[in-house]
Write a protein that binds this ligand. Sequence first.
Ligand code: NAP
Length: 273
Amino acid sequence: MSAATPAPVPVPAPVPVPVRSPLPSGLSGRTAVLIGGSSGIGLAAGVLLRSVGARVVLVGRDADRLEAAVSRVRGAGSEGGEDAVVGVRGDGGDERVLAEVFERVGEVDHVFVTAGGISGAGALTELTAEDVRTNVDSRLWAAFAVARAAAKRLPAGGSLTFSSGILVVRPIPGMAVPLSVVGAVETLTKALAVELAPSRLRVNAVRFGRIDTPLLRSLPGLDSDEAVAAAGSGAPLGRFGTAEEAAAAALFLMANNYVTGQVITVDGGETLA
Ligand SMILES: NC(=O)c1ccc[n+]([C@@H]2O[C@H](COP(=O)([O-])OP(=O)(O)OC[C@H]3O[C@@H](n4cnc5c(N)ncnc54)[C@H](OP(=O)(O)O)[C@@H]3O)[C@@H](O)[C@H]2O)c1
């Protein structure tokens, strides 16, 4: 090194990800944003999070459904007043809505994305290019948008959790578009886990089997308790999963600071059958 070259400034080693209780009770006092939190698995996550003392922010598009969900989640916890549960109406894939969420709420520790339904189904050659693009935009772009917003704002130890489904590994005809998009979200999960680890952020996904939610009940022939029980009786454990069982996996991923880049399956063994 020449005399003119300044000595390198020592860069402190990055602080490791914090050590905290990995139990769901460790989420007490943390703030979780649930994108798609007004129904099904997202709503169940809101109820569970509130019951362990977390502050909950629900994002959904339909105003009535969102309002009902906010009251239901408020009923799951007693401390923190009205501010402990906030509803933000809007499309979770819209960067302006996401910016509003973070501005209104302040510090956010965890984000769980359950927005998305069953759209874009159909034989690939029967779909229009617009159908395909709409599906990519609504689910994959939304995942990018959420990740871009969260990565800039979450603190060390924060987490981002995406949703996937077991059809990604057991495809059926007519699902090429939605399944490839969800498969891309799983790949994004792993790629981002590596990219965001230096910021001590974690990124995971839950791959759901058939979970009894309004989405499942919107499928043909599954619109009553009897029909759901009959269809579920053929599953390895004799029924479909509950929204709470599915949501509990997301709480595990939020609370455990040593899990990242993982896609965990909650399917009652269906993938093995
Ligand atoms: N249930 C299952 O058997 C199953 C199986 C495999 C995978 N999954 C996946 O798990 C996730 C949750 O499913 P679920 O069964 O809980 O569905 P759900 O009951 O239909 O709930 C989905 C929620 O997402 C919201 N949402 C949808 N698009 C949105 C958007 N663009 N922006 C903001 N909110 C949006 C919906 O409210 P609004 O429409 O009012 O916005 C609703 O609150 C989905 O990604 C689904 O694909 C579910």
